[in-house]
Ligand binder design. Structure first.
Ligand code: FAD
Ligand code: NAI
Length: 476
């Protein structure tokens, strides 16, 4: 007889595993199906984020930043470090160990919360008063039933048509997190988040990085002032070479590596020769093999599962969360959707405030924002006031010798309510949390300006930017 659950979650990335744990916390008998296998062949929880995304990329960003600091950023402090080198194997092993610790941690959380982990590929078989599913695992297949189903099948790297990724010479995020040697010349297609983050990792470790971007503008989703500052800092001599507005043509493997034919923004034919190539041109939702067609689940033209604002799919008691639905492909957005649907299933009032989801790019300096950009406010005809303050006037930033960038606060011209906050600078990823909370609480710029911020701290820049909205910053 098929095992029966109140809720079956398909996928144990951040959206799915959090949904499963919250369901279990709320007293629902919950199972989570996950098919991911770690390099050792064992089933693993955590999805893209923990296995080949957020966590390993941040581990390598941190390690490579330490190397760069030791080589170039200590002298200014009067510290001399000579003969600095790195051991790539050890760096990768550290990253893998963090991944194992985190994915193993979720297995522990599942046990603690009594979530049943069904190992294998999950698909819908049929519907009715309960949903019937099948799990294909290493040991054969198992039928399960569920009153509610949460689809959290995530996304995978989008590839260029006709350009097979072998994750050796031509790589997506999976190969790019695992190079066994530092390429001398690294090509990257796509100057988005992955291109800039992983491009930074390998540049710090010695690669000459050349990024080809199709769009004529840089970081189109960010506030223009932040994108301009980022362009200035990231493309300084010895940093990343980025070409905008290119049209990528044939890509071929040669003895020497990979060659990419492209047309420049000016229409000239050019070729990029590199030892390895990262293709980071966005991600595609995972809906194949889910049995969606068997139950009539609606999927939009781009492959995303259609949902309403509460992540309800087109069929009763079916929800979808995370990268497989509309909205930013960010782990914390998926987690919050997971909590929301669990609470709705349990009869509570789940909610996600899509206007207060932070974005962070873990480059150096970091980029972080929440809410509307200045260009969005202009396009929407919203009257606003803007306050901006540089890290260069902040004692802590100078002490750390990380004083590049600024924070900008945008507030409604009539009500002073904060509409957006944009930061480029060291620790922007942490500083943005204050702005997210302010926006969640409907704060005004004056509210932040009146809060006592510790001195000396980078967070004082947030307060000064808020003061600058009213043209009364105190230290600049
Ligand atoms: P996923 O994490 O993709 O998980 C989906 C899971 O479902 C997978 O484990 C998959 O095996 C499983 N699955 C799929 N279909 C089935 C099936 N039929 N049966 C059983 N299991 C199935 N986001 C951030 O917020 N911050 C970051 O710093 C960040 N860094 C990133 C760095 C990289 C290199 C990449 C690639 C992504 C990064 N992201 C980051 C994005 C983040 O990883 C995703 O937004 C997040 O993982 C989405 O979570 P999810 O649960 O929706 O999907
Ligand atoms: P992305 O959407 O950030 O960037 C892709 C870039 O590739 C875009 O600038 C796009 O214009 C360009 N592009 C698309 N097709 C192209 C082509 N044919 N030739 C040249 N350029 C082309 O996608 P990316 O970097 O692959 O990352 C995927 C997603 O993963 C991100 O959108 C983000 O949601 C998530 N992510 C989040 C991180 C974070 O939060 N810090 C870190 C890494 C990834």
């Amino acid at each position: 007889m098929a095992r029966s659950f109140d809720v079956v979650v398909i996928g144990a990335g951040p959206a799915g595993y959090i949904a499963a744990i919250r369901c279990a916390q709320l007293g629902l008998n919950t199972a989570c199906i996950e098919k991911w296998r770690a390099p050792d062949g064992q089933y693993a929880l955590g999805g893209t984020c923990l296995n080949v995304g957020c966590i390993p990329s941040k581990a390598l960003l941190e390690s490579s930043e330490h190397y760069e600091r030791a080589r170039h950023k200590l002298q200014v402090h009067g510290v001399t470090a000579s003969g600095v080198s790195f051991d790539l194997k050890a760096m990768l092993a550290r990253k893998d160990q963090i991944v194992r610790k985190m994915t193993g941690g979720i297995a522990g959380l599942f046990k603690k919360n009594r979530v049943t982990w069904l190992q294998g590929h999950g698909r819908f078989v049929s519907g009715g008063t309960t949903w019937k599913l099948e799990v294909d695992g290493g040991q054969g297949s198992e039928a399960v039933e569920a009153a509610h189903v949460v689809i959290a099948t995530g996304s995978r790297a989008r590839h260029l048509p006709g350009v097979p990724v072998d994750n050796r010479l031509i790589c997506d995020n999976e190969g790019a997190l695992d190079f066994d040697s530092v390429p001398q010349r690294l090509g990257v297609i796509g100057a988005g988040v992955i291109g800039l983050e992983l491009g930074s990792v390998w540049r710090r470790l010695g690669a000459r990085v050349h990024i080809l971007e199709a769009l004529p503008s840089f970081l189109g989703a960010a506030d223009e002032s932040v994108a301009q500052e980022a362009w200035k800092l990231f493309t300084r001599a010895g940093e990343l070479a980025i070409e905008l507005g290119v049209s990528v043509g044939a890509i071929g493997k040669s003895k020497a590596g990979v060659s990419v034919a492209y047309q420049t923004a000016e229409g000239k034919d050019a070729t990029l020769e590199c030892d390895r190539l990262i293709v980071s041109i966005g991600r595609t939702p995972n809906t194949e093999g889910l049995g969606a067609e068997k139950i009539g689940l609606k999927i939009d033209a781009r492959g995303f599962i259609e949902v309403d604002k509460n992540c309800r799919a087109s069929l009763p008691r079916v929800y979808a969360v995370g990268d497989v639905v509309r909205g930013p492909m960010l782990a914390h957005k998926g987690e919050d959707e997971g909590v929301m649907v669990a609470e709705i299933i349990a009869g509570q009032h789940g909610h996600v405030n899509y206007d207060a989801i932070p974005w962070v790019m873990y480059t150096m300096p970091e980029i972080a924002w929440v809410g509307k950009t200045e260009q969005q406010l202009k396009a929407e005809g919203i009257a606003y006031r803007s306050g901006r303050f540089p890290f260069a006037y902040n004692g802590r930033a100078l002490g750390r010798d990380e004083a590049e960038g600024f924070i900008k606060v945008l507030a409604d011209a009539a009500t002073d309510r904060i509409l957006g906050v944009h930061a480029i600078g060291s620790l922007a990823s942490e500083l943005i949390a204050e702005a997210v909370m302010a926006m969640e609480f409907g704060a005004s710029s004056e509210d932040i300006a009146r809060i006592c911020h510790a001195h000396p701290s980078m967070s004082e820049v947030m307060r000064e930017a808020a003061l600058a909205v009213d043209k009364r910053s105190l230290n600049g």
